[in-house]
Write a protein that binds this ligand. Sequence first.
Ligand code: RRO
Length: 308
Amino acid sequence: MDLSVTIAGIRFPTCVMNASGARCVTYEELERLGQSRSGAIVTKSMTREPRQGNPEPRYFSFPGGSLNSMGLPNLGYPAYAHLIPALRRFKKPIVASIAGFQPEDFIEGVRYMNEAKPDLLEINLSCPNIPGKPQIGYDMEASERLLQMIKAHTELPFGVKLPPYFDPVHHEAMAQILGRVGVSFLTAINSIGNALVVDPDHESVVIKPKGGFGGLGGPIIKPVALANVRAFWKLLGDRMPIIGTGGIQTGIDVFEHLLCGATAVQVGTVLVEEDIRVFDRIETELREYLDRKGYRSAIACRGRLKEL
Ligand code: RRO
């Protein structure tokens, strides 16, 4: 069973990797991803300055999923630029996730990465948790301007991490932008922003930042994630690899993302909950399920979702 995939000319040994944010902030965490069965090492979204992130509690797990408002805790561009070369020894793709508060930040991050040479850049257009900073991906003009600027400043292949969209008009507008800019891949979806979980016993919100509003992840968001993967697949097809993320807990969940059109997938909430052994479990489950279905590779089922 071949679970390897290629995105923007980069070969991934398996199609299941960590989502940016999940156990990938520190050097130790990135090393552990290197040692694990993750198909890549994806960094936490990085910013110009190191950040502690938002006040705690800022992550809450509940039966349906997770709510987070981490607030971009990360080591900063220079630190990641310094440690990325040491991660090459794991012989799997390194994906650097770039964030920023203004376009110039992203350009600065790209400059650092031009030196550090990760395999791919994932431009985060969708962090929902910075007070007063809307998700760039919901502003089509700002997204295109930013991506064109990035294109002009790097030779590295780069993709975008998108927020969930809930109307076909927005999928179409973003697909056109991605085609015009010529990005190498898209990752869909980031957490569903500004959700609220209530603790009825304590008559309280469950996380501290932003009055309790945060990004929703985990099984509860899988249908929204699948819909976004499918919508972009139908618009872009073979022209743009899609990394599906949202609600993956099992090998069958991976299969569903692949059927909708994903080339690879990322796991966030389940990686936080289960730690890096989750990659072994999901890989085994995916192999068994594909085998039972008569598929010989992960890529063979891509996009093959039947419509009625
Ligand atoms: O750090 C965060 O609060 C965070 C980010 Br940058 C993101 O892109 N998505 C998310 O759910 N949390």
